[in-house]
Ligand binder design. Sequence first.
Ligand SMILES: Cc1cc2nc3c(=O)[nH]c(=O)nc-3n(C[C@H](O)[C@H](O)[C@H](O)COP(=O)(O)OP(=O)(O)OC[C@H]3O[C@@H](n4cnc5c(N)ncnc54)[C@H](O)[C@@H]3O)c2cc1C
Length: 357
Amino acid sequence: MSRPTSSSRPRTQARAAVVRPFELTVAAVRDLTPNLRRLTLGGTSLRDFATDADGATWDLRIKVLVPSPGHPLPRVAELAAADPSGDGASWYQTWLGLPEGTRGEIRSYTVREARLDEAYPEIDVDFVLHVDADGHSGPAATWAMGVAPGDKALVFGPSAASGECAGIEFAPGLAGHVLLVGDETALPAIGGILRDLPAGMTGQAILEVPGAEDFQDLPTRADVGVTWLARGERTHGELLTEAVRGVVLEPFCAPGPDVPARATAAGEPLDVGPDRELMWDTPQYRRLFGAEPTGAGLGNASGGAEPGPATVRPFYAWIAGESGMVKALRRYLVRDCGINREQVAFMGYWKQGVAQR
Ligand SMILES: Cc1cc2nc3c(=O)[nH]c(=O)nc-3n(C[C@H](O)[C@H](O)[C@H](O)COP(=O)(O)OP(=O)(O)OC[C@H]3O[C@@H](n4cnc5c(N)ncnc54)[C@H](O)[C@@H]3O)c2cc1C
C-alpha cells in the first residue's frame, strides 16, 4: 500500500461516504503486551475497504459486531435484505431490529494496520483486555480474550466504492506541530497517526498505559517525541493530565483573565458535569453535523479572530481516551490556556462505569 508523501495530509470527506459490513475471518491472534491483544482479520471483501487518498488509515475507526454468547453473528445477507439502497445507515437499522440478546453488541475500534493490496487482504485491530477490580469486563474485551483463528468476525467500515473514506478524525489542516494524547484505547490510533505523519512534522505524543510492560515501539518519520506513562496504582488519566499541564503550550495559547469569558461567549460550557454520553468534540464533527456554526471558536493565539483560509495554523492537538479525562483536558486547553477549539479534536473513546452503545 502506498504511504503518504511529506506534503500529504489526511483527507476525510465523510459526508457522502458509505459504511458497509465486512464479513471477515480471524486470521491471527497475538498478544502485543499483557493488556493489548492484536486480532488480524482477513477476507476478500476488504478489497472494498476505504483508506484516505494516499492509502493511509491514520486513526480510522470501525465498528466491530461482537456475537452474543451462544449465538452466531448475524449474516450480512440477513442485514442486506432490508437495505436495497445500500446506503450504510440501513444496515444499522436492520441490525437494531434483530432481537436483543441474540444480535450481538457493536463497539468502536481502530484499524491499526491495513494490508489491503495483498492477495488475501487483512486489517489488524488491537483490543485492550480490560477487567475491573471485580473481574468484570465487557462483551468486546471478553470476545477478544476467547477468540481463535478461524472464528468469524463482522466489521462495519468505509466502502471504497463511494470514493470517500468515513472514520478518519485526525485532520491537522496546515498545522506543522502536533500534540497527541491518549490512554491505552487510543494507543492504536496514535500509533497509526505517528506511522502516517510526514517527515518535517514536529510535536509530542503522550500515552498513559496500565504498566511499563505495555510500552510499545511506535515508528514515525516525523520529529515527534513519545512519552510513556505507566499508570500503576494511580487513578486513570491522572498522570496523563499532569503531563499535558507540563507541556509548554505558550506559543499556541492566549492565556489571560479574559479567556473564560471568551470561551463562554464562543459556546464553551462553563463546566462539564457528569453524564452518560461520550465526549466528542472535533472540528470535523462540528463541520459535518453542524453542532454549532463554524467559526464560533475562541480566536487564535493572539486572541484575535478565527484563522481564515490564508492563516497558517501552527498547532493541532488530538486527544482521546476515557471520557472524563478528555473533558478535563478540554477544559484545561480551551478554558485555561485559550487554545482555539478549531485546533483540537477531543474524543471520549469510553466512559468509566458505562457500557458503550
Ligand atoms: C473511535 C473509537 C476508537 C476506539 N479504538 C479502540 C481500539 O483500537 N482498541 C480498544 O481497545 N478500544 C478502542 N476504543 C474503546 C472501546 O470501544 C471501548 O473500550 C469499549 O467500551 C470496549 O467495549 P467492551 O464491550 O469491552 O466494554 P463495554 O461493554 O463498553 O463496557 C463495560 C464496562 O467496561 C468499562 N470499560 C470499557 N472499556 C474499558 C477500558 N479500556 N478500560 C477499563 N474499563 C473499560 C466500561 O466503563 C464499562 O463499565 C475505541 C473507541 C472509539 C469511540
